[in-house]
Design a protein around this ligand. Structure first.
Ligand code: HEM
Ligand SMILES: [Ca+2]
Length: 379
């Protein structure tokens, strides 16, 4: 019965290419976590389902959407924050809400790992969770909240709607070292980025489309500062940077025109990286003022479809991160950049499918996992 249905986006969504056929659903979550599972348990594992909470908490997805919408109206940076949060969760040991846990005895928090220190949006997830606990106690997982909130955020940012299975359960661990080692670095070359995504089952095409998420949000100077003057010890800027764009980034990041600083009306819940933790993630100089500075992305400019301007900018050498601009370094990925720059609906469709796949990575389903009462603490 799954094959023929088409999921229409809720009427409040206005995205143009907002139809994704349910034919596109993988028949099962892409890679169910089989860690530490004996074969009998594997047989009894439940699958994710479409509208998993239809009886236990039918209003769950509406509540998530309403709270995301509310926060988005107050602070437009909520949508990018939630999309990035879900990516950082799903990439490390799957979509199990591991990224949301606070440090506790015997538990090193992923939040404190350098690549995660600029994550935001935790407060929005907690607000959703506490409302859901009022409405249907101990039913809806933080892992589901995270991917659904990210999906709704994509729509609010002008991206495509995509249907999601639910029924994920929360993990009871957080993987700080793994987050440090395995989250892609903004300084990585293309081969490294592709290998990192390929190890989670993503093709080159899917990887190029997922990076289209960088159409929205805020990038701090510290993540691209090393491209501006002395790239990889060469004493010259990153040669792949457009010269005018280089000037802009330099003036924004070092000049006296600091009006762009990231004084966002946001509580990030995390402090800047201690210098001792500078790593492959934080290259170059990171004075405290530089920690603060950054550029809000305006790739999503009015009149330009979600994603299109990001890819057009890469064609012009105007990617913020080395990892972004590297998509142009190889013919294979460059071909997809060109295709998405020309055809916004092709991108939106590919992005929707890749986000569905990302949201299904290594999920925990009953009888594994738990439902937390508070997303930052193990139940
Ligand atoms: C090679 C892969 C990737 C790298 C190296 C990377 C790195 C980064 C970095 C360094 C930032 C800036 C954070 C800051 O300044 O605070 C950022 C922002 C962001 N990333 Fe990625 N990212 C990658 C892939 C992705 C993917 C696959 C997604 C989602 C599907 C994503 C979504 C976002 C979003 C939405 C933002 C803006 C966040 C905000 O404004 O709060 N990124 N990314
Ligand atoms: Ca995780």
């Amino acid at each position: 019965e799954r094959g023929s249905r088409t999921i229409r986006c809720p009427s409040s969504y206005s995205s143009v290419s907002s139809l994704v056929s349910i034919d596109s659903f993988p028949s099962r979550p892409v890679s169910l976590s089989m860690k530490n599972i004996v074969p009998e348990e594997a047989d009894s594992l439940q699958s994710l389902e479409y509208d998993f909470y239809r009886e236990s908490c039918p209003q769950a997805e509406q509540i998530i959407r309403a709270i995301v919408q509310h926060h988005h109206q107050v602070r437009s940076n909520v949508a990018p924050a939630l999309v990035r949060l879900a990516f950082h969760d799903c990439f490390i040991e799957g979509c199990d809400a591991s990224v949301l846990l606070d440090a506790a005895e015997g538990l090193d928090s992923e939040k404190e790992s350098p690549p995660n220190q600029s994550l935001k949006g935790f407060d929005v997830i907690e607000a959703i969770k506490s409302k859901l606990e009022e409405e249907c106690p101990e039913i809806v997982s933080c892992a589901d909240i995270l991917v659904v909130a990210a999906r709704d955020s994509v729509v609010l940012a002008g991206g495509p709607f995509y249907p999601l299975y639910t029924g994920r359960r929360d993990g009871s661990n957080s993987f700080s070292d793994m987050a440090m080692d395995e989250l892609p670095s903004p300084h990585d070359d293309l081969s490294k980025t592709l290998a990192s995504f390929a190890s989670r089952g993503f093709s080159e095409r899917e990887t190029v489309s997922l990076l289209g998420a960088h159409s929205i949000g805020m990038f701090h100077c510290k993540f691209f500062q090393n491209r501006l003057y002395n790239f990889s010890g060469t004493n010259v800027p990153d040669p792949s940077l457009d010269i005018g764009f280089l000037d802009l980034l330099r003036s924004r990041c070092n000049g006296i025109h600091a009006s762009f600083s990231s004084s966002l009306p946001y509580s990030s819940g995390s402090s800047p990286a201690p210098r001792t933790l500078q790593s492959r993630f934080h290259k170059g100089s990171t004075t405290s003022s530089l920690e603060e500075k950054g550029m809000a992305l305006d790739y999503n400019k009015p009149g330009s479809a979600f994603g299109k301007f990001y890819y057009q900018s890469l064609l012009e050498g105007k990617g913020f991160l080395h990892a972004d601009q590297q998509l142009m370094a190889w013919e294979g990925t460059g071909t997809w950049v060109k295709a998405y720059a020309l055809d916004a609906s092709l991108f939106q469709r590919d992005f929707a499918l890749a986000m569905m796949k990302l949201s299904n990575l290594q999920v925990l389903t009953a009888p594994l996992g738990q439902i937390r009462l508070n997303c930052s603490k193990v139940a």
